[in-house]
Design a protein around this ligand. Structure first.
Ligand code: F0G
Length: 459
């Protein structure tokens, strides 16, 4: 059994509510801002005095040992890279309600080629695409869907650019629950759509964009007993903190200097920031990384907002990018994200369509690969290095959010040469041509294959 040790604090007016008082849209009825989960025993905002707080702090060395030890346990909740950190996620009344696909425990890869070409020594990729449904969404889905399960809901729902819906449908299926997916018609990658269908979701393609799907779903959850699993749900954020614990653990509890994250609805950056700030507060680490958020040029409300007013008022945009996962113009978690960028001293950058496609091919050429949205992180790193904001001695982690097979259509079109327009390619033509590997069509003839090989080995 877990004790109920959490409460929810409005990130706008600061009002604290219990789980039962949450509205179905997860917004504060007073000021309409989002909530965040808080643990009175040790959260910074809690009313507990500092002596009491100290008494309740988990012991960092004991926790580190326990979390490592659990990886070899036969229990599913221990094998999960999310729930093995459950001491810092007391959001369920009963652990029997955990719905897990043994998510998390994703690799932290080195990117030696990127490091070399940028004059850096330590560049890593935390590959959240190596999760059960192929994206970082699984980490937050296991926590929020477990809460839905515990609360007795039969139906869960989300609006999605594809990955959330794939994750939600899978976890709902595991729990014997039903799921409703709203996706923008024609604007999600086939891999993701196929997952939602296979996992049995009721999948509605709406004639609108992601932001339109969000608006429709807000009304649906008010009228029908379905539990909303978009990232406005604060329990999603709790699970999405755990890759930060894993990054610190993989680096022997040293924190990287920089963490670079793609920005769409801006929940993931918020979650990772919350995690690093909480880890420091708990004495698990002694500092936080600069957390920078990178958007696609055609879906850049955060970039515009920071430029126009320093982050005080969101400037929504009509979003368009081939990195469909982050084709979002009106991000729900923008305030939380800006707080994290400010608290950690991070930066905001944007990536053009050609820069994204090239960076994706470069990550592929490291033998790793990712989906287009994840590749904005490498573009961001290049820009921060060029501006002197990342130093050669500093360590960097790129957060890769989705698996390369999520959007193989994009990859094939890039290599075939019909993804980008001539105008888009122009500024990066030599680099793009260097990374393109189209298929070679030949007869079933040994000599023809040998000739192709000879051509390929020529310098
Ligand atoms: N990368 C990928 C692969 C994504 O699927 C998303 C968001 C993001 C980055 C951005 O993360 O929204 O937390 O800033 N995908 C959502 C979805 C919106 O519906 O799958 P964020």
């Amino acid at each position: 059994m877990m004790q109920v040790e959490h409460q929810l604090r409005c990130t706008g007016c600061g009002r604290v509510v219990a789980q039962e008082a949450l509205k179905e849209d997860f917004r504060c009825p007073e000021c309409s801002h989002l909530y965040e989960v808080e643990y009175p025993a040790w959260s910074a905002n809690s009313a507990a005095d500092s002596a009491a707080q100290k008494r309740n702090l988990p012991n960092p060395s004991a926790l580190r040992w326990l979390w490592k030890e659990r990886r070899t346990s036969p229990e599913h909740k221990d094998q999960s890279g999310v729930w093995r950190f459950r001491d810092l996620l007391p959001i369920l009344r009963d652990e029997a309600n955990i719905v897990t696909l043994r998510e998390g425990n994703t690799p932290l890869y080195e990117l030696p080629r990127a490091a070399r070409s940028l004059g850096l020594t330590r560049v890593y990729a935390k590959h959240q695409g190596m999760n059960p449904t192929g994206s970082f969404k699984d980490a937050g889905m296991t926590t929020a869907l477990s809460v839905a399960h515990e609360l007795g809901f039969n139906w869960v729902a989300c609006a999605s650019t594809g990955n959330t819906s794939a994750a939600m449908a899978a976890y709902a299926a595991r729990a014997g629950m039903r799921s409703l997916v709203l996706i923008p018609e024609g604007k999600i990658a086939w891999g993701k759509l196929s997952q939602a269908l296979d996992y049995g979701a009721l999948t509605c393609q709406l004639h609108t964009d992601f932001d339109g799907c969000v608006r429709v779903l807000a009304e649906v959850v008010r009228r029908a007993p379905v539990y909303l699993l978009n990232s406005v749900n604060p329990y999603r954020i709790e699970g999405q903190k755990t890759p930060a614990f894993e990054i610190a653990e993989s680096l022997d509890w040293q924190v990287p200097d920089h963490l670079i994250v793609p920005g769409g609805n801006l929940a993931n950056s918020s979650a990772l920031g919350k995690a690093f700030l909480e880890m420091k507060q708990l004495g698990l680490t002694d500092r936080v990384p600069r957390i920078s958020v990178i958007q696609a040029e055609g879906a850049n409300p955060l970039v515009r907002t920071m430029q126009a007013n320093g982050g005080t008022e969101l400037i929504p945009v009509e979003a368009d990018t081939r990195a469909t996962a982050i084709r979002i113009g009106n991000p729900a978690s923008w305030r939380k994200c800006i707080k994290v960028i400010e608290a950690t001293g991070g930066y905001v950058e944007q990536a053009s369509e050609a820069e994204i496609a090239l960076a994706k091919a470069e990550i592929g050429a490291e033998g790793i690969g990712c989906e287009p949205a994840s590749a904005v992180t490498l573009v961001g790193l290049k820009k921060l290095v060029a501006k002197g904001l990342v130093q050669p001695s500093e360590s960097v982690v790129l957060l890769l959010t989705g698996h390369t097979l999520k959007d193989s259509d994009y990859t094939i079109r890039y290599h075939r040469g019909d993804l980008l327009t001539e105008e888009e390619i122009a500024p990066l033509r030599p680099e793009i041509e260097f990374t393109r590997r189209n298929t070679v069509e030949l007869d079933a003839d040994v000599d023809q294959v040998l000739r192709a090989l000879e051509k390929a080995v020529q310098p």
